[in-house]
Design a protein around this ligand. Sequence first.
Ligand code: SAH
Length: 196
Amino acid sequence: MNIFHLLWIIGLLIYQIGIYIPRVRDYKGKERVTLVALSGDIVLELTTWVFWQLAPFFYIFGNLLSFADYTLPNWTSWLGVVIFGLSIWLYRRAYADLGTNWSARMEILSEQHLVSNGIYAHIRHPVYAAMFLWALAQPLLIQNWIAGCALLPLFTFLYLTRMPREEKMLLEHFGEEYKTYMQKTNRLMPFIRRKM
Ligand code: SAH
């Protein structure tokens, strides 16, 4: 294990213990009004999760995947650390701002309201943006085609199949309120000109 692998493990622990698990605990037992997640979604979600959190563990603590290694200069790994840190910061912000409106699936909960403040005043999908940052950092920290690189194409595919349905659901549920919100924000990147 090198320093970058260690930092990846620390990052994952911060994410799981400090950010994700507390949200799941709040979420349990909540009632929903709409569910647009399809049963097939779980296949892609699970596959993405395997290459996000499980494969790096296998890689770091075993040597089964070492045939797919590559080597990058040290400075790119430090760049990876910076991007990784940004990802965790953004996750924290997004989960804090979304609060009890968060859900792992694409659904509307009965007490859900539209969040358009905090980080959500700048972008509509900070959780997905944080995941993209993580998926960009991972190949720099874990220099392996399977444990490091597979996440980015998988998550891109997941995002492209999920985000449009999520926006459609939110538009149907919140109507004008979401439409106005869409006009004021970009999906993932703040500060760039909007097309619409
Ligand atoms: N796409 C968002 C949220 C991911 S969590 C992001 O990337 O930050 C997924 C859940 O968040 C969905 O079930 C959806 O109902 C809810 N959601 C998404 N945007 C929201 C918003 N602006 N206000 C309230 N809930 C939102």
